[in-house]
Design a protein around this ligand. Sequence first.
Ligand SMILES: [Zn+2]
Length: 135
Amino acid sequence: MQEFENSPAPDHNQYVRKVVLPSGKTIEVISFEDVGPVETDIHVCPECTSQLVYPLTWEEADRSRWEVSLRCPNCEWNVTDIFEEEAIQRFDETLDRGTEALVADLRQLTRANMEEAIERFVTALAAGHVLPEDF
Ligand SMILES: [Zn+2]
């Protein structure tokens, strides 16, 4: 069995992993593969880590980059910045998922409201409060 000890290097761009070999000898392995460039997701607020950051405006900056104004509804953080196409696509997918969740919630809410309205109507009907002249 090898023992692994991960510790981030001071510059945070690489990890130095100490590997203790079965012989007892310790070697240091510098690893770049785990880290790579830090991929910040656009929908996460850098101030309060809320995941509700949304775009106020966006327009094409050049062929593969977008200038986007963002706002965090939680802490009012906002920024206008240039983002790469790839980050924008991920953001777009996140927003789509958010919209889908919202629409699903809305459907459930609408159904619940309708059921409540029908229940009220049935109750009123049973109590004789709905008369022919109501129609
Ligand atoms: Zn925030």
